[in-house]
Design a protein around this ligand. Structure first.
Ligand code: PMP
Length: 361
């Protein structure tokens, strides 16, 4: 086994070691099946077990009420930017969007192609360093839904309390914090996420949708983009990405094994606190996000100059701390520390920061 480095990438992101090891052991032949998961029919009993096991654990972990469907789809979170309005935004209705970052803007841009939208709030004027307060939201009466992004990957912000969307279904892009702590699904009409940060590999998106909303999906939609059709076919209208589902299945088993979302939530809070405590310790570091909007998944900060930040990322990579360069719209450094990112890796980064400050500060 080659030495693994610490991978701070924002996604595709680090996967749990036990998952990679089990996948490696069973890559050539699944026990009792004699073939790779990539070679078996997606309608075989072996794959039934994988898909149903993935969904069962996913439901147990998130305590998902029975009147919600869980869909395993393709096209990443970006396709959900289109599918949400295609399915949920009828002609004559309006959808509210809370714009808290790059990806929220992407979702809004896509929705505008399908119907009327309204920006309920935006924090772009402060380069998305915070999420809005409830009293800043200008919600449309009778909105088809209110769209939010629970964690803003690029800016490193996260909602501490969910916005109150009134009677409108709350639709959430949870790509970068799904299952990082306990979640109350009953607060949402629909939650979607690309799998490649906290759930598994890319190539898979998860949609959790309240059943009554499926009635909005028009028969005139392309079948593959129709939530109702996907739900009726148990996410197997066509051939699903079997390997990605298999890895997600193993990640769910791993999460159950470590104690579920409450346990991972505590670990994630501890990891984030280690970094924020260090950042708050001296004026050498300038965290991007306001304190009450700080993300536990993506920690963003700047150094006294962009040249120093570039040097930091370069030297960190050489020391086995990879993927720390921030997105160009924020600058500086971004450390993504999703569920599978180990505590020891965060400790190694803190150690590296201290040394860097001591020698370059
Ligand atoms: N939403 C958020 C919050 C993201 O972080 C990303 C990707 N980093 C996306 C959407 C887009 O995801 P995908 O590449 O799966 O389309």
């Amino acid at each position: 086994m080659p030495d693994r480095i610490y991978n701070f990438s924002a996604g595709p992101a680090v996967l749990p070691m036990p998952v990679l090891e089990e996948a490696q052991r069973n890559l050539v032949a699944l026990p009792g099946v004699g073939m790779s998961v990539m070679e078996i029919s997606h309608r075989s009993p072996a794959f039934d077990e994988i898909l149903h096991g993935a969904e069962a654990d996913f439901r147990t972990l998130g305590n998902i009420p029975p009147h919600y469907k869980v869909l395993f789809l393709q096209g990443g979170a970006s396709l959900q930017f289109s599918m949400v309005p295609m399915n949920l935004l009828a002609q004559g209705a309006v959808a509210d969007y809370i714009v808290t970052g790059h990806w929220a803007k992407g979702a809004l841009k896509e929705a505008r192609k399908f119907g009327a939208t309204h920006v309920a709030a935006s924090t772009e004027d402060v380069n998305f360093k915070r999420v809005p307060a409830q009293n800043e939201l200008k919600l449309s009466p009778g909105a088809a839904y209110v769209h939010m992004t629970s964690n803003n990957t690029i800016h490193g912000t996260e909602w501490r309390r969910l916005p109150d969307a009134g009677d409108a279904p709350l639709v959430c892009d949870a790509s970068s914090d799904i299952y990082s702590q306990p979640i109350d699904i009953s607060k949402f009409g629909l939650v979607y996420a690309g799998a490649q940060k906290n759930l598994g590999p890319s190539g898979l998106a998860i949609v959790i949708v309240r059943e009554d909303l499926l009635a909005r999906s028009s028969d005139s939609l392309p079948v593959m983009l129709n939530y109702k059709v996907q739900a009726e076919h148990g996410s197997r209208y066509n051939t699903p990405p079997v390997f990605a589902v298999y890895i997600l299945r193993l990640v769910m088993k791993w999460l159950v094994g470590i104690g579920g979302l409450a346990a991972i939530g505590e670990i994630n809070a501890r990891k984030a606190a280690m970094l924020y405590d260090e950042l708050d310790g001296t004026s050498f570091w300038a965290p991007h996000a306001d304190k009450d909007s700080r993300s536990r998944m993506n920690v963003t900060f700047r150094l006294p100059s962009e040249d120093l930040a570039a040097l930091f990322a370069k030297e960190a990579a050489a020391a086995g701390l990879d993927g720390l360069k921030g997105h160009r719209s924020v600058g500086g450094i971004r450390a993504s520390i999703y569920n599978a990112f180990p505590v020891e890796g965060v400790a190694a980064l803190v150690e590296f920061m201290r040394e860097f400050e001591r020698t370059r500060g």
